[in-house]
Design a protein around this ligand. Sequence first.
Ligand code: MN
Length: 278
Amino acid sequence: MPSDKMKRILLDPDRVSELTPQETRQLLERARVLFDGEPNLLELTAEGRVVFIGDTHGDFEATRIVVARYLGDDRKLVFLGDYVDRGPDSKANLDYLLCLKLAYPDSLFLLQGNHEGYGVMRFCPADFWEGLDAELAGLYEQTLLRLPLAVSVGSALALHGALPDVITLSDVNRIQPGDEHWRQVVWGDWQEIDGGYLGLDAFTGRPQFGRGYFSGVMERLGKQVLVRSHQPSAPRVMYDRRCLTIFTSRAYMPLRAVAVADLGREIADTSGLLLETV
Ligand SMILES: [Mn+2]
């Protein structure tokens, strides 16, 4: 993609819809190379502020508002996955995020959700994926399966769904698309009941986990707070204020929420995160 076109998109995000198929392929290729250089586990230095953004699900307006309001100064933006399907503007939303990642690789981070894992685990509805021709779908699959899985910053961990049943944080770097740990991270749900692994939900097929599993893995990983998205039915705050679930898409809720962490302060529980609506 010509660099002047990229500049125009960064100045006027609506112009992302002008990308030709060839330019889309070039964007995906450049993004794939960049994501190959990022480990599954992104370890951010605990300084400045981090803004966590939940599922945007084709809500391009949400992404534009978040970027206009928060990108810059000492802030890092962490998107928690699920950029496509359900909302009206999946391709524009995702392509714009990829352009931003190429322009601001150290300020903006895109984690993988289950909707980015279509290449290894199909689901429906999948309106974005089903609307692509086979070649372009394959290129999106290859690029998005390379997205990182988790962010570690200070006492907090951020990912899309549930915790992987690993022993140490660095084990996250060995997770492969489609394996059991991957499925826990991008598909897992939490239930506010005691217990470990609670089986697959009969309706959605998603793996379910209880309080004992949460506290056990968090203790092994040395973390106080989990920030995640993915599960609209979850209470926003769970497990003694240690698990926060946020959504940043009108596809789910009338109000879009983000969580801001000021890393100059200790984040002992979710009350140390500032919730804002966008
Ligand atoms: Mn999800």
